[in-house]
Write a protein that binds this ligand. Structure first.
Ligand SMILES: Nc1nc2c(c(CN[C@H]3C=C[C@H](O)[C@@H]3O)cn2[C@@H]2O[C@H](COP(=O)(O)O)[C@@H](O)[C@H]2O)c(=O)[nH]1
Length: 321
């Protein structure tokens, strides 16, 4: 089974039936044309390691360095915890990324599988020096990763990555097969819909940190979709590329929680995935080769840069994004 094909197909299906969230075709074209204009003048390419808050010890000029696994260990812990910061006022992804970077610099063995298998609430508090929402789940998810790596991959994330044989679809399948906390799918009107956001962002971060080489080499990276979180729909809705029903818009503006697995939540996520697929197709048709993950990073970065100007994002209590 190809999980990436399932994500594209099932989110397109939800998008075709969606009532609370719609793509505005004219605004999508406007936004794409606007980007193409800017991209012609100044091509946009993000280098993952250029984000100061990321740990990355890859020397891209030396092939042996692209097979070292310390950065891969960092990314695995990062994307095991990369979800649902909004309940803690002021907590951002940057705090997570930077906190883990400092931990690894202080102790390169901190993210070894045997260490992950025995983290406690205290460990995580020491890692970040602050409260994390849903801390008990975060501890459980990190322990799960350490325990499973020890049980099935000799404690080595590098072994799991190499087992995927440079296929993103296979690595997403391995991650979601072995780490149950990454099984980000739901049921929409009786049909299973797949997002696999943290499994996909794990692959995307590997590809970014290793610049498509060594442990970050994936022959099918084009098949990765955007990462269905709460930031990208927020920026797309503010750009009018996607539109919310008046009922949904009111709930979000009032910061009412949108229940996990509700039609509203699934339509926000699925239409966002499908919308970025449509944007990617538009760019490629106009000779602008961009991956869905690169469009995702751009939109996410734009959202981060406008945080104080944007209307609220949707609030769903989850472990998946
Ligand atoms: N779709 C998408 N969602 C992303 C990211 C990232 C990290 N991006 C860095 C990695 C590579 C690039 O270089 C980026 O710099 C975090 N998130 C999600 O956002 C939410 C946190 O938001 P806030 O509360 O504002 O910190 C939370 O759900 C988190 O999982 C992304 O790239 N795409």
């Amino acid at each position: 089974m190809d999980p990436l094909a399932l994500i594209r197909e099932t989110t397109a299906y939800v998008s075709s039936l969606s009532t609370h969230v719609k793509i505005n075709e004219q605004e999508l074209v406007r936004e794409c044309e606007d980007f193409l204009e800017k991209h012609k003048i100044k091509p946009h390419k993000e280098i993952w390691a250029d984000n100061w808050f990321h740990y990355c010890d890859i020397d891209i000029e030396h092939e042996s360095s692209t097979f070292t696994d310390l950065t891969a260990k960092y990314i695995l812990v990062l994307d095991t915890l990369n979800f649902c910061f909004w309940p803690e006022e002021g907590l951002e992804y940057e705090h997570l990324a930077r906190g883990l970077k400092n931990v690894l610099i202080a102790n390169p063995k901190a993210f070894d599988a045997d260490q992950l298998a025995k983290v406690t609430t205290e460990t995580l508090h020491n890692w970040f020096g602050r409260e994390l929402p849903n801390i008990s789940e975060r501890v459980r998810l990190v322990r799960e990763v350490g325990t499973v790596l020890l049980a099935h991959f000799n404690g080595s994330i590098k072994e799991m990555i190499l087992a995927a044989k440079n296929k993103a679809s296979v690595l997403v399948d391995l991650i979601t097969s072995y780490f149950w906390g990454f099984r980000d799918s739901a049921v929409y009107r009786g049909k299973q819909v797949f997002f696999y956001k943290r499994a996909q962002i794990f692959v995307g971060d590997l590809w970014g940190a290793y610049q498509g080489r060594g442990l970050g080499k994936f022959d099918d990276i084009k098949q990765l979709t955007m990462f269905a979180d709460y930031r990208v729909p927020q920026i797309l809705e503010s750009l009018k590329v996607i539109e919310y029903s008046p009922e949904l818009k009111k709930m979000i503006e009032q910061k009412q929680e949108i229940p996990y697995g509700s039609e509203m939540e699934l339509e926000i996520r699925a239409v966002t995935v499908h919308c970025v697929e449509r944007m990617r197709d538009y760019f490629n048709k106009h000779h602008c080769e961009l991956l869905a993950l690169e469009i995702d990073w751009m939109l996410w970065g734009r959202g981060e840069a406008m945080l104080d100007k944007l209307p609220p994002h949707h609030r769903t209590l989850t472990i998946f994004y």
